[in-house]
Write a protein that binds this ligand. Structure first.
Ligand code: KG4
Ligand code: ZN
Length: 341
């Protein structure tokens, strides 16, 4: 082991995945273990916070042991322990935070608390060794839809955000309404492959005076109204067409706003992040638009788009290098703002 090498054991438990990873120098994933709770929450049609916390407690030690063993390393070979401390479900976050504090204290290692969204953005560094800020990132997850200029490591300016539902939330709600169930994003993505994205033309919301902001609640209502109307008229509705048309409307808005923001700010590097960034149609449409504009696009592999701990290890590395250390009083902050400590 070379002295300057930084090995971070990262822990993520902000929602419904219990995850741990070992990341070398912020860029190299030595292990990435994820225990998904999808099967548990499916029967309730969405994440039940109390059940999520309990499952995290049950799994966290196993997941950490697996991450160290897959990396072929021991805890005392780590340089630091990193953990997501917000935003997220408070009970879920607390499991990771308490575990990270106990491990770091016991092993005499520094502790670095990480912002979950900073983690999502940093997922882009894991597979693109050449990528450096500044860049524009579209963050689309279950709880967030942000257009963020990453000026430098740890320095963010949010230039656009959703006024209502997050993109992932819209996927989840529409999936439930059209009977596709949970988790909605991947189900719509799959169903849409068999459908016609132009079968129905759903609205693309524009917010007067805020060209980088988003709104998805009108789109969701339009889908529901359409469905009810067709049902009342006794018409059969193709679920695949509905999924494809809804997805097309979301993707259209996400791509248009992102490209417009990049052009207006003279940024030539776009990255995408968060669970919705694993969406097949979004990845393809963003790639086509970037190619047309001569903009470089960065996309994490789908496994690094949805919640994972490797992304937390990537973000933690740059915080660690800057000298950021969390105290033993580190607490879960469910509504932590990006760029805040
Ligand atoms: O980033 P993430 O794993 O957790 C949060 O931080 O929220 O994102 C989860 C969200 C869910 O709303 C899920 O439906 C959505 O990402 N998602 C997708 C896809 N995979 C996950 N949305 C659209 N297409 C997908 N393939
Ligand atoms: Zn997330």
């Amino acid at each position: 082991m070379i002295k300057d090498e930084v090995y971070i054991l990262a822990i993520e438990s902000s929602c419904d995945e219990t995850a741990a990873a070992v990341v070398k120098n912020g860029r190299e994933v030595l292990s990435n273990v994820i225990s998904s709770q999808i099967a548990l929450h499916t029967q309730y049609g969405g994440v039940v916070p109390e059940l999520a916390s309990r499952k995290h407690i049950e799994k966290i030690n196993q997941v950490i042991e697996a991450a160290l063993s897959e990396a072929g390393m021991a805890l005392d070979q780590m340089t630091a322990i990193a953990v997501t401390y917000g935003p997220g479900l408070v009970g879920a976050l607390l499991v990771g935070v308490a575990e990270a504090k106990a491990l770091a204290y016991g092993a005499g290692l520094p502790l670095v608390g990480v912002h979950h969204i900073e983690g999502h953005i940093s997922a882009n560094f894991l597979e693109h060794p050449d990528l450096e800020p500044p860049l524009l990132c579209l963050v689309v997850s279950g709880g967030h839809t942000h257009l963020v200029i990453m000026k430098d490591y740890g320095e963010f300016e949010i230039i656009g955000r959703t006024r209502d539902d997050a993109a992932g939330e819209a996927f989840d709600k529409v999936a439930r309404a059209i009977g596709l169930g949970y988790p909605g994003g991947p189900k719509i993505d799959m169903a849409a492959r068999e459908g016609n994205p132009h079968a129905m033309e759903f609205p693309r919301a524009k917010i007067e005076g805020s060209p980088y902001d988003f709104s998805f609640s009108g789109l969701k209502s339009a889908v529901l109204n359409f469905l009810n109307h067709e049902k009342m008229a006794g018409n059969e509705v193709s679920r695949a067409d509905l999924a494809a048309s809804f997805q097309n409307a979301v993707v259209d808005v996400l791509v248009c706003h992102t490209i417009f923001a990049a052009k207006e700010h003279g940024i030539r590097k776009i990255a995408i992040a968060g669970g919705v960034a694993s969406n097949t149609a979004l990845r393809a449409a963003m790639a086509a638009a970037c190619e047309k504009e001569g903009i470089q696009l960065y996309r994490p592999s789908p496994i690094f788009c949805t919640d994972n701990a490797a992304m937390i290890g990537a973000a933690a590395y740059y915080e660690y290098k800057k000298g950021v250390r969390s105290g033993w009083d580190l607490n879960a902050v469910p509504n932590l703002k990006l760029g805040e400590r």
